[in-house]
Design a protein around this ligand. Structure first.
Ligand SMILES: NC(=O)c1ccc[n+]([C@@H]2O[C@H](COP(=O)([O-])OP(=O)(O)OC[C@H]3O[C@@H](n4cnc5c(N)ncnc54)[C@H](O)[C@@H]3O)[C@@H](O)[C@H]2O)c1
Length: 253
């Protein structure tokens, strides 16, 4: 990945999946351009930035069209172009990640969709012009709760279904411009976001017990698979969802 510039959205701390992906990219020689959601997340990122070689970074809330446009304009000024985008961003109201799905509020549904699914379309709209002619690659992080009803995942499962469908439509739309779009479906990992899902520890325990590999995955596992999809080795792959879940999703019982 020497000479490749990859924009990574979604590092909150050293447990973040985006941090694992950034480490894998850096090991392979990529140059990183990072976002942080707000000032607080910026301070958190400052504390671990040296572990990523103190990369270029800028505040960008993905719900703001203006902020996203400004982020990519700044990337263009700094690096002259872009080779990849990592979308590792999601949110939902805590009260919607547990209890009855039927009680999902419109506000909670809209928030989950905006941050976790629509934002991918927005990143591609502003990022694609920087990747044209460079064989760009975009990846988004998803979870099996998009295709199966996972207890408590609720509104986020619906957002992930929209995200995965968006991956296919974006792949179709951007493919003729030489840009690939894929998703990585990670098994459960204990992160800041995951701590909001009711009964998360029980999900981890069940995966360790029942997945073919009899373990949970790590951010390193996910980082290396994401790096593959971002690299030339995956040049023929677009519109796909690659499961990195120790095989859990193939089990019937
Ligand atoms: N942890 C898991 O078990 C798991 C499994 C599969 C998929 N995922 C997905 O991986 C991705 C990363 O999550 P994570 O588990 O690393 O958690 P995390 O909390 O470390 O990362 C989530 C990130 O989203 C950012 N974010 C939220 N709202 C934002 C906004 N409006 N603008 C900009 N950034 C915003 C946060 O700042 C944070 O950096 C998410 O899409 C998540 O759904 C997580």
């Amino acid at each position: 990945m020497e000479g490749k510039v990859i924009a990574v959205f979604g590092i909150a701390n050293h447990r973040s999946i985006a941090f694992g992906i950034s480490q894998a990219l850096r090991e392979a020689g990529a140059t990183l351009a990072l976002n942080y959601q707000n000032e607080r997340m910026g301070r958190s990122l400052d504390k671990i930035a040296d572990r990523l070689g103190d990369p270029w970074r800028r505040e960008c809330d993905v719900t703001s069209e203006e902020a996203v446009a400004g982020f990519f304009e700044a990337v263009r000024e700094e690096f002259g172009g872009l080779d990849g985008i990592v979308h590792s961003v999601a949110t939902a109201k805590r009260e919607e990640l547990g209890g009855s799905f039927t009680e999902t509020s419109w506000e909670g549904y809209e928030l989950a969709q905006h941050v976790s699914a629509y934002s991918l379309i927005r990143l591609c709209r502003h990022g694609a012009p920087l990747m044209e002619g460079r064989g760009g690659s975009v990846i988004a992080m998803t979870y099996h709760g998009s295709v199966k009803a996972v207890p408590n995942y609720n509104v986020m499962g619906v957002a992930k279904a929209a995200l995965e469908s968006s991956v296919r439509y974006l792949a179709s739309d951007l493919g003729p411009r030489g840009i690939r779009v894929n998703a990585v479906s990670a098994g459960p990992i204990r992160t800041l976001s995951a701590s909001g899902v009711g009964g998360f520890t029980s999900i981890l325990d069940q995966v360790a017990e029942k997945a073919p590999l009899r373990r949970n995955v790590t951010t390193e596992d996910v980082g290396r698979a994401a790096r593959f999809l971002l690299s030339e080795d995956a040049a023929g792959i677009t519109g796909q969802v690659l499961y990195v879940d120790a095989g859990f999703s193939v089990m019937g019982l």
